[in-house]
Design a protein around this ligand. Structure first.
Ligand code: AMP
Ligand code: ZN
Ligand code: FE
Ligand code: FE
Length: 294
């Protein structure tokens, strides 16, 4: 079984529609795919019939923007009840934070002499639930200011670059608890990705596990082989599920093709067992896995 548990559609900052994503999953030979758009379940409704049509098993999820001790952490939430009020409210705060950041980023870029408007960004963000830095990057590419998303991040948008503006992120420990109370399971995405320097470590993980964390995304393109080995050992120590995934963004992120990293079948089943346990105690009606029927 080929299982990819972290992908994005156009509903956040990917470039495929949810339907195109399900077709691409089939073409990539995946048996299971999780749709995990940033901070929203808005793509689920379209993805469900498409997964059935293309015969792929679909796990409905999302990647929530959180922070802990002043650092950003991306939290993958699988199979939470998307109508659970505390989750709805937290996602609304995050999306509102994104909407508020956009004019501030535009203002900074204009001060740097880059002529760009909110309309330019909305022209490229299309179906997205809210705009993010990748959409600003795409607008800069469309205007010919830079050649690629990567160049836009390196020149303007990454933390520490002159066009960077921070935004609201949800408290991580509370959000883990919210996901579990919504009947879902929580997995930390690319825990040591980009500039994390092996943070979070055992001390932090102990607190996250106490809050109900179920897994770590170990096999991710942002992790070196050494980091993967160490994270796998930490996952073993804390009895966490080990996942692997592409973090596919369509044409929006190079080197993240569907299935480039995958999740072991036994680990996937452990994750689903934890989801079932969480659903049972939640007294909510969380979604279940959509079985493809090709
Ligand atoms: P935001 O959530 O709006 O702050 O944007 C962060 C998103 O930008 C992340 O989820 C990544 O998918 C994407 N991203 C970060 N760095 C880069 C980069 N160098 N090139 C392309 N996409 C990036
Ligand atoms: Zn993204
Ligand atoms: Fe992420
Ligand atoms: Fe992601």
């Amino acid at each position: 079984m080929r299982i990819d548990l972290h992908t994005h559609s156009r509903v956040s900052d990917g470039t495929d529609s949810p339907t195109e994503l399900m077709r691409a999953a089939r073409e990539a030979g995946l048996d299971v795919i999780a749709l995990t758009d940033h901070d929203t379940s808005a793509g689920w409704a379209e993805a469900v019939p498409a997964a059935r049509r293309y015969g792929v098993e679909l796990v409905r999820g999302m990647e929530i923007s959180t922070e802990h001790a002043g650092r950003g952490v991306h939290l993958l939430a699988y199979l939470p009840d998307p109508t659970y009020p505390p989750l709805v409210e937290e996602l609304a705060r995050i999306l509102e934070g994104r909407d508020r950041r956009l004019p501030a980023m535009i203002e900074r870029l204009r001060r740097l002499g880059v002529e760009i408007t909110e309309d330019d960004v909305h022209a490229v963000s299309g179906d997205a639930a809210a705009s993010g830095r990748p959409h600003v990057a795409d607008a800069l590419v469309a205007k010919g200011v830079v050649a690629s998303r990567d160049e836009a991040f390196e020149t303007y948008l990454s933390a520490g670059r002159p066009g960077y503006v921070s935004r609201y992120a949800a408290p991580l420990v509370d959000t883990i608890e919210t996901v579990v109370a919504a009947g879902g399971v929580a997995v930390i995405a690319h825990p040591w990705g980009r500039s994390s320097r092996q943070w979070p470590g055992p001390v932090e993980l102990e607190a996250f596990v106490a809050a109900g964390l179920s897994g770590l995304e170990v096999d991710h393109q942002d992790h070196s082989p050494r980091s993967r080995d160490r994270l796998r050992a930490l996952a073993r120590d804390f009895d966490l599920v080990v996942t692997g995934a592409s973090d596919y963004h369509g044409a929006g992120k190079v080197g993240h093709d569907l299935g480039v990293n995958t999740t072991d079948e036994a680990e996937y089943h452990r994750l689903l067992e934890r989801a079932a346990a969480s659903a049972a105690v939640s007294r909510r009606h969380p979604p279940t896995v959509v079985k493809g029927q090709a």
